[in-house]
Design a binder for this molecule. Sequence first.
Ligand code: 5GP
Ligand code: MG
Length: 185
Amino acid sequence: MHTDIAEILFDEAQLECIVNSLAERINKDYSGKTLEIIGILKGSVVFLADLIRKLEIDCTLDFITASSYGAKTVSSGKVRLDANMLPDLKNKHILLVEDILDTGSTLAGIKNIVYGKGAFSAAVCTLFNKPSRRKKPIKAEYVGTDIPDKFVVGYGLDYNDRYRNLPYVGVLKPEIYTGINKIKE
Ligand code: 5GP
Ligand code: MG
């Protein structure tokens, strides 16, 4: 285990189980339809890469960039969104793929953009959900699992762009972002 990690919450096998059950539901719900998948960069990429390889439906893949944290572990509440890479979404079924649904600000902003581009439907698939921190009335149709209000990294999730490469999801030691061992910003 990485020395900056206090505890592992989900190991590789547990993550695989979560991804499999999400994929099974999506395959069933969108059977016979074309699904436009939109990954929310960067945190969702590892999860998304695993998820799409379990999908048997007809689908396309695009990305939107969202950033709100900077080198912080608490959201600033201001989300920067860059939708320049999105194609025309008129009358399409969209699945927004996110790493963590936290306050809901990111997904509220993205849903506005996607419906503004004429989407027929926009469902949300999130690996993790922190229900205790919600500020916007956003619900995810597909939730991998609820987690407590702890700052987690790994499997695509970062602190200051580090730790995305860890194959598991763990709680970051608080001294990494508060104390003398703080990593360079
Ligand atoms: P929201 O807009 O819902 O408040 O923020 C969602 C985003 O905050 C997620 O996409 C994720 O990037 C970030 N986030 C929320 N909780 C955590 C966490 O525990 N660890 C990490 N690395 N990012 C988090
Ligand atoms: Mg994110």
